[in-house]
Ligand binder design. Structure first.
Ligand SMILES: [Zn+2]
Length: 452
């Protein structure tokens, strides 16, 4: 394979990549609010077609976001298929007031392109599309079969990706999956991540009086906010250890190989703390313990807590309801369904049986073995493009990797263009233009290594 010709085309098409990314950013696609979802699916399919990838919009019916499928069959006699999994939906852009430029502007300032979705995941998506385009432009062919599965519900928890995978199991069949994102650290080293944590997301609702009351009645009427505070306080200790019975029952200790990889993984504690403006970590973890926690510790996090009056000024009110949103990160072998039962039982036993538990979603964790050939194909490509890369046993984040591993039975590796401090899910999200270019080239080499 003539790499210089290939990479020359990646270089040549880069302006087009940026302008396609801007079009994608300018099309809001907020799955949480069903805003612009159909439009963005169509736009994604159009951009792929323009790049030479045959694309098709699949649907599972009303109320479910369409999935964009793309495919390029190699003209070589090969069975090998590499699948790119991405998503076209984005997180809500709120709070708008904290954005320095409108959230769907795609504005370029220096080396950064700003906007919701610029990194997560529209920036990542265009690097894959343009890697494939580079092959088609340079050689009129791809060295292995390529598939794209681009969903529209990732940011709300991929509720239907497993249904899509099951229904289109044959259509999506492949030998390896390149995950939708990958982090690049502050020293420009890409993190090659071999797993993802699972997630259980619940809402806890405490309710007392029929309506809000005058707070002078707090001598008589129980305040559901207090009840919720007390209930939540029983879920974990101040060091982050979850106190629900049997919560860790199925959790396996990290293997020797895992520990070896974790030890090699650089982690700049001070840069991390500076970025977030914090002085210490939960439980005062340091060094290896902090790294082990990121890879292998379950969490119990309060994602939101609302009750009573929170606007400006004072209002002496005794609220009728209190709501908390809680997310639990899970590690391999933890079954979200079983964990919900344990949570309910815990609340019951602690005297909070009347707190309503609503489950938003649950997904299990996934890991790909470091000995899979796909891992070394990716590592080689990343080392060549970026100079150095870092293996990571599991990302601290969550995605539906478990569904891919289970249904498609293919190894999944996460690698990509997302700068670690690109403020994804936050105001002023951006993508670094230099990383978009490098990652496109890296994707070219991954395809080539995978095919040969
Ligand atoms: Zn995201």
């Amino acid at each position: 394979m003539n790499h210089s010709l290939l990479l020359k085309h990646a270089e040549k098409n880069f302006q087009q990549l940026i302008s396609d990314l801007q079009s994608l950013i300018r099309q809001p696609s907020v799955s949480a609010k069903n805003e612009g979802i159909q439009e963005c699916a169509k736009l994604t399919a159009k951009i792929m077609k323009k790049a030479g990838i045959s694309s098709q919009i699949l649907s599972l019916g009303k109320g479910i976001a369409p999935l964009v499928f793309g495919e390029v069959k190699s003209r070589k006699n090969t069975d090998k298929t590499l699948l790119f999994y991405n998503h076209y939906d984005v997180q809500p852009a709120e709070p708008f007031s904290l954005w320095e430029n409108p959230p769907f502007s795609g504005k370029i300032i220096g080396n950064k392109i700003f906007g919701r979705g610029s990194s997560d995941d529209k920036g990542e998506l265009v690097t894959r599309i343009f890697a494939v385009k580079s092959f088609l432009d340079a050689f009129g062919d791809v060295p292995c079969n390529i598939k794209f599965v681009i969903e529209g519900e990732e940011e709300t928890g991929s509720a239907n990706i497993e249904k899509y995978l099951r229904k289109y199991k044959k259509k999506f069949s492949c030998d390896g999956v390149i995950w939708e994102f990958g982090y690049v650290d502050s020293k420009n080293r890409p993190l090659i991540s071999l797993g993802m944590k699972g997630l259980l997301y619940v809402e806890l609702l405490a309710k007392e009086a029929r309506q809000d009351a005058h707070s002078s009645l707090a001598v008589l009427i129980k305040n559901p906010a207090w009840k919720l505070v007390e209930a939540i306080k029983t879920l974990r200790d101040t060091d982050g250890r979850i106190l629900i019975k049997d919560w860790y029952k199925e959790v396996q200790p990290l293997s020797k190989t895992d520990l070896k990889i974790i030890k090699l993984e650089p982690f700049d504690e001070n840069a991390f703390k500076t970025e977030y403006g914090i002085k210490e970590f939960v439980g005062n973890k340091r060094g290896l313990d902090a790294k082990k926690a990121l890879v292998g510790s379950p969490t119990c996090n309060i994602a939101g807590f609302v009750s009573g009056y929170t606007e400006s000024g004072a209002k002496t009110v005794l609220p009728a309801t209190a709501i908390a949103k809680i997310d639990f990160r899970l590690v391999p072998k933890m079954d979200p369904k079983k964990q919900v039962q344990r949570l309910r039982k815990h609340l019951m036993q602690k005297g909070f049986g009347d707190i309503r538990v609503k489950v938003y979603h649950g997904e299990a964790a996934a890991r790909t073995s470091p000995t899979e050939p796909l891992v070394s194909h990716v590592k080689k490509a990343a080392d060549k493009t970026f100079g150095k890369s870092i293996l990571n046993v599991s990302s601290a984040g969550t995605g539906p990797m478990h569904s891919f591993v289970k249904v498609l039975k293919a190894p999944c590796v996460s690698v990509g263009a997302t700068y670690m401090f690109a403020r994804i899910h936050s105001p002023n999200e951006f993508a670094r233009i230099d990383l978009l270019k490098k990652t496109t080239k890296c994707m070219c080499l991954i395809i080539d290594n995978f095919a040969s």
